[in-house]
Design a protein. Structure first.
Length: 295
């Protein structure tokens, strides 16, 4: 009978894959770097394939490593679910959570306030910033869970919500009539900006980027102040905004794909409690944001 794989080895393997460093992974799993190196050596010997490619200080997954990574994550999650099933204790602890500020103004207070009522012993430390920064922070070990816009990184994350993207302008404003059309948007790394610019160029529309910020609140203010028009996903729409589109010749935008990413240790217990609450809360939004913004 073949012996099962060692979950401790898989945990270390996933930690290395997440951060790209043996040194950082050793810190995360509370082991020495030599102990982690030995775990990976034994895991590679057991599977008969090289799992990690070492190039100077950087470490990346080989093809076989990529195949193992997804399956290892599933095993770690299943292990956490089994432990949770037999754990009768109250959930308590702290979670480092990151979320794009696109959703922070409208959704975050509602989601987290309801979570704190049902889980008063779980402290959630929140950081709001752009998806690209959150993904870099996850790699650096600064977060346990993040919500991010998929498209920035297709390889990881659990897609849980797809929303329409809307062109928006201020009610009664004149920005829509500007020539060239004034646009407010995120920086060059923003996946929504890339799509909007491509669609405008493809349709031959004359425009200029009049207002750029990595802060969603600043972009929202620019739109509401009639400095420019912008584009936002459904759940980020604000009262006072006017949804515009075909009647002004503006192109259809790609949907926003919202995903959840976990650190390799963030399964079960307090992490599942928050992750499930976020997914359920945003899944129940329906079209509330769109309706309110249109009124």
């Amino acid at each position: 009978m073949t012996a099962p794989l060692d979950l401790d080895q898989l945990q270390s393997f996933c930690a290395i894959a997440d951060c790209g460093s043996f040194t950082e992974a050793a810190r995360r799993v509370n082991k020495t770097q030599s102990a982690v190196s030995m775990q990976i050596k034994r895991l590679e010997e057991r599977l008969g394939h090289t799992l990690l490619a070492r190039d100077g200080r950087s470490v990346t997954l080989t093809h076989h490593g990529e195949v193992l990574y997804e399956r290892a994550r599933k095993m770690l999650r299943t292990n956490a679910e089994i432990l949770d099933h037999f754990n009768d204790g109250d959930l308590a602890g702290s979670i480092r959570f990151g979320v794009p500020d696109d959703y922070a103004v409208r959704l975050l207070p509602v989601i987290l306030s309801s979570f704190q009522r049902t889980h008063p012993r779980i402290a959630v430390d929140v950081s709001c910033m752009a998806s690209e920064e959150l993904l870099n922070g996850m790699k650096a070990g600064r977060y346990d869970l993040i919500v991010f816009t998929q498209g920035t990184d297709h390889n990881f994350g659990e897609l849980f919500r797809t929303e329409k993207m809307f062109w928006v302008a201020s009610h009664g404003g004149r920005a829509l009539a500007s020539e060239p059309l004034a646009i407010a948007c995120g920086p060059n790394c923003c996946i929504w900006r890339k799509d909007a610019m491509e669609q405008l160029d493809r349709n031959g529309l004359d425009y200029r980027v009049a207002y750029t910020s990595s802060n969603a609140t600043a972009i929202t203010s620019a739109v509401l102040s009639d400095l420019a028009i912008g584009f936002l996903p459904e759940s980020a729409l604000q009262p006072g905004m006017r949804v515009v589109g075909d009647e002004y010749g503006l192109p259809r935008l790609a949907d926003a794909q919202i995903a959840l990413m976990r650190a390799s240790h963030a399964y079960g217990g307090i992490y599942d409690a928050l992750a499930n609450h976020i997914v359920q809360s945003m899944g129940n939004l329906e079209h509330a944001a769109q309706v309110e913004a249109a009124e």
